[in-house]
Design a protein around this ligand. Structure first.
Ligand SMILES: *Cc1c(COP(=O)(O)O)cnc(C)c1O
Length: 948
């Protein structure tokens, strides 16, 4: 018989996972935008002189199963050991409900930063729990919602001291017992700004009058537990501030930094259930005294009320942040570590204060027994009192012991040339202790189970913590699971709807790309494990770097920066180091157009550059005359320019090459912000256009999920001449480290690598083209209702700016009203009021199928119709669905005396009937929240009410 075979080959087209519209849908969409073909559309939009002339390729794209097999083979090249290296990274047990329901749950990991509070109440509550946990453990007043890692948190603390201390000294003191990588990252930050870092023993070498602040580690990197109360008092008397880098688990049994008088505490919450991942991602924390809160970097969740007076969470004190204050911001932090902060907070919710304390005590007792055994065999163990870390003097046999331990499957820490450090963790067993003893040549059973404590008597904690009811739930997994589910359901993430945030590139995070993160061969690797154990990671890093070089036209990459903003900082430092090496260290002017993302000027400020603002012409392009004039005027001191391409307005400016030339001609280097690479991959390369350095937001263009505000990765690519000045390894003395770990949050690089393998060069190029098609489809369908800004020839790049200002003029409807009404329609609002105030910037990405684009278009047209109804007097100017949005289930019950129906309120165009997303709160009152600042869990109401 002749059998007619289906033409469908599902497994050959793994990259169809990433590309939303089907081929048939694309044909319809091209018709709607009036382009004969996808390639013709691209030719109309991407200028010919910046186009990549040869297709980007690196062999055949792998299937999903092929990618997973590849990841497995690379995983098997890592050797997973038990690492008792410590130094800020510890083995930990991720409670399975947290692993599956948060870490591996797209409802949590595909959310965006909670700028739209109404659709973010779940993660805002989890982050508030995190802040409460940190404030309690450190005994300080206000904590933020996470920073990138302990090293950068320390660097931020230095800057905070400098901003806030009375002392006008220019030096900062760092305890020699701080982790070496922390010292390295602090030095980088301080040196860029001309502050001296003095390292030494706080009890012998610290002159309080000579410094504006000091940082101590608690417990110290070698295990010492000191009381800093007296040194802190002396610092205060001299007008300086005190910071303590503290292990939050140790704080369950040890006196808190706040109780010693510290002004600032920082640290990492990695060991609260977040895998080491060869360096990250994990959440760092910062907590401060009340007087410092307005100077604190990072996001702070606060409590406010909604339009009905009900409790609602939101981000507070945003006026400190880069997106508002630009070069005057307290830091450049944008993406942080929200998902990991949520995990750490859930770990505390899961265990409660008693559970955390019991874990800490068990680790301590094991360390005591380990030390006892070593001492009984004649080894000199330091210190006499400790928490979980001891250091042993071993002399010439250091190498032999480390090797024997390795043969037992255990990594210990090499300290100097004669000592060994050991930090036990939650996973340590008696078998581990016995194996360590064997490595030291001791034949001994760990069977003395007497409860000895060697905590320093005077520093045993007596104060309470985690007293809030959320940390005292019934310990049944059923309750915990439902709590996490309840919070997830309050939020709108990519697993429910398109998140069309311009510049943020909220694309698909394919499941196959995420799976390897949970594998122990990647999750359980210590960042300072010997290289002989990390061949798999090394292979992935090499290959990813090679691919990113192909994508960008650069010659080398540094994987250190943990966010885009951190990439900017690292890139500008690289430029600075290059100038200095050429004897041109005086160059300190950075040209930045007014349209730049807020992180650009904030980063320039962090490296001590002077920001000179360049005008933007009416068509959205950089004003070339102004640029040239300013470059000439500052030629003697020009260090760099920072541009975004395509521009933040979503335009491929034809003058980009000229801008690069002008910068070079006047001795500057070009920093090209790569956040918009989703419009370029496979079509055009920054390195070919004349740029010298860029960061890539791997959490935008390269499929790492946004995690509700982090993690992210912002590696920087450079041309060859800058390669020698890339950030140095934080564990080696080569300087310039910007992160605590040599490859930043290494484990999530696996996602971007898997994405590249799954797509192939052609697939990535196709994704770019479809991203541009999707944006143009939306622009074409909406242009009659909304003016599209900067759309030369009716075309846009990968995003489009919808002008809603006319609605304000005609009907008093603000961009905020439109954004909140979109919540009723089941959408996350597009980027609001940036780069143009009063507008919405829409970036659909290639991942969205036509049906979802059409739903969004229907919603936007419905909103435009409501605005017309106000203009025509058919809807009240004040009491209308736009002003009252978002609507909640509370609006379905009780009296209803509004001039529009409940049906119109709750089921506007675009909203699903059965799968309707219900905002858990009505519109959040921002002003109230900043006036009545509460940044930890509110005391009164019981959480039981939420369960009703
Ligand atoms: C997202 C973005 C950044 C900052 O990236 P983070 O990872 O959030 O720090 C910088 N510039 C532009 C244009 C961006 O869109």
């Amino acid at each position: 018989m002749t059998y007619k075979e289906t033409a469908y080959a599902p497994y050959d087209f793994a990259n169809r996972r990433h590309i939303g519209p089907s081929p048939a849908e694309m044909t319809e969409m091209l018709e709607a935008v009036g382009a004969p073909s996808l390639d013709a559309l691209i030719d109309q939009i991407v200028p010919d002189d910046i186009r990549l002339k040869t297709p980007m390729t690196w062999g055949k794209a792998l299937s999903e199963q092929g990618v997973l097999a590849k990841l497995r083979s690379v995983a098997d090249k890592n050797r997973v050991m038990t690492s008792f290296i410590g130094q800020g990274y510890h083995g930990t047990v991720t409670p399975p409900p947290i692993q599956r329901n948060i870490f591996e749950n797209p409802a949590w990991y595909t959310a965006y930063t909670p700028y739209q509070p109404e659709i973010s109440q779940g993660r805002l509550e989890a982050l508030l729990n995190y802040q409460t946990m940190i404030a309690d453990l450190t005994a300080l007043d206000v904590a933020n919602a996470s920073l990138l890692d302990e090293g950068t948190a320390a660097a931020e603390a230095v800057a905070l001291c400098q901003r806030s201390a009375k002392s006008k000294a220019t030096a900062f003191f760092v305890d020699q017992d701080c982790h070496p990588q922390t010292i390295a990252v602090v030095k980088t930050r301080a040196e860029a700004l001309g502050w001296t870092v003095v390292t030494g023993n706080p009890f012998a070498d610290l002159d309080p009058a000579a410094v504006f602040g000091a940082l101590f580690q608690y417990p110290g990197t070698y295990g010492h537990v000191h009381d800093f109360t007296d040194v802190i008092a002396k610092l205060h008397a001299a007008g300086a501030l005190a910071c303590v880098a503290a292990d939050p688990l140790a704080l369950t049994v040890l006196k808190a930094p706040g109780e010693m008088g510290a002004d600032i505490a920082i640290g990492t919450t990695q060991r609260f259930g977040v895998p080491m991942g060869y360096g990250g991602p994990h959440a760092a924390y910062m907590a401060v005294k009340d007087a410092l809160k307005r100077n604190m970097p990072g996001r702070i969740v606060g409590v406010s009320i909604d339009a009905r007076g009900n409790r609602a969470y939101r981000l507070s004190l945003q006026t400190r942040e880069q997106h508002i204050r630009r070069e005057k911001a307290t830091s450049n932090v944008c993406t942080a570590q929200a998902l990991l902060a949520v995990m750490a907070s859930m770990y505390a919710v899961f265990h409660g204060p008693e559970g955390l304390k019991a874990i800490a005590e068990r680790i301590h007792r094991k360390t005591v027994r380990l030390a006892n055994g070593l001492e009984a065999a004649g080894f000199k163990v330091e210190p006499a009192a400790f928490f979980d870390t001891i250091t042993i003097e071993v002399g010439a046999v250091q190498g032999a012991i480390l090797k024997s331990a390795e043969a037992e499957g255990i990594n210990l820490r090499r300290v100097g040339t004669t000592k060994i450090g050991i930090s036990l963790d939650e996973r340590a067993t008696r078998a581990h202790t016995e194996a360590i003893w064997r490595a030291f040549g001791i034949d001994r059973r760990d069977d003395d189970l007497s409860h000895d404590y060697r905590l320093p008597q005077a520093l045993v904690r007596s104060s309470d913590y985690l007293t809030h009811p959320v940390f005292h739930m019934n310990r049944a997994e059923a309750e915990m699971t439902r709590y996490m589910r309840r919070l997830a359901d309050r939020d709108l993430a990519l697993d429910r709807a398109m998140i069309p945030l311009g510049s943020c590139t909220m694309k698909l995070n394919a499941t196959a790309e995420m799976m390897a993160l949970s594998w122990p061969q990647f999750a359980d690797v210590h960042p300072f494990a010997p290289e002989t154990q990390t061949a798999g990671y090394a292979e992935m890093l090499r290959d990813l770097e090679a691919k990113l070089c192909l994508v960008t036209g650069y010659n080398a990459f540094s994987m250190q920066p943990n966010s885009g903003a951190q990439g900017e900082y690292a890139g500008l430092l690289t430029i600075q180091a290059y100038h200095r090496a050429r004897g041109e260290g005086h160059r300190d002017v950075c040209l930045i157009p007014t349209s730049a993302h807020g992180t650009n000027p904030a980063s320039a400020q962090m490296v001590g550059m002077k920001v000179v603002v360049v005008r933007v012409a009416d068509n959205g392009d950089i004003d070339l005359d102004d640029f040239r004039a300013k470059a000439e005027a500052h030629a003697a001191n020009l260090a760099a320019c920072m541009i975004t391409y395509p521009s933040t307005h979503g335009v491929f400016e034809t003058t980009v090459r000229e801008i690069c030339q002008i910068t070079h001609q006047h001795g500057g280097q070009v920093y090209l912000d790569g956040a918009n690479m989703n419009a370029m991959v496979g079509l055009s390369r920054p390195g070919d256009i004349g740029s010298d350095v860029s960061h890539l937001n791997l959490h935008k263009t390269f499929a790492i999920p946004h995690g509700g505000g982090g993690p992210g990765m912002g590696p920087i690519g450079v041309k060859a001449h800058l390669a020698p000045y890339l950030p140095g390894n934080p564990m080696q003395a080569d300087g310039g480290a910007v992160s605590a770990a040599p490859y930043g949050s290494a484990s999530i690089l696996l996602i971007s690598w898997a994405y590249c393998l799954l797509m192939g060069g052609e697939g990535l190029t196709q994704a770019t083209k479809v991203a541009i098609l999707n944006a143009n489809y939306i622009a074409s369908r909406l242009k009659a209702a909304y003016p599209i800004l900067y759309s030369a020839g009716g075309r846009v790049a990968h995003e489009c700016i919808l002008d809603t200002r006319v609605m304000k003029d005609r009907a008093g409807v603000t961009v905020d009203d439109v954004a909140k009404r979109l919540v009723d329609c089941g959408f996350h609002a597009p980027t609001m009021s940036w780069p143009v105030a009063g507008t919405l910037m829409v970036e659909p990405t290639e991942s969205e199928p036509k049906a979802e684009l059409d739903r969004f278009i229907a919603a936007m047209l419905g909103i435009a119709a409501e605005v017309e109804a106000i203009v025509e007097g058919k809807l009240d100017a004040e009491d209308n669905p736009l002003k009252r949005a978002p609507h909640t289930v509370e609006d379905l019950v009780g009296d209803w005396n509004r001039p529009y129906s409940r049906e119109a309120a709750c089921f506007p165009a675009g909203a699903f009937r059965v799968d309707k997303y219900w905002s858990p709160v009505n519109r959040v009152d921002n002003v109230y929240g900043d006036r009545h600042l509460i940044c930890s869990c509110p005391p009164l109401e019981s959480y039981a009410e939420a369960a009703e």
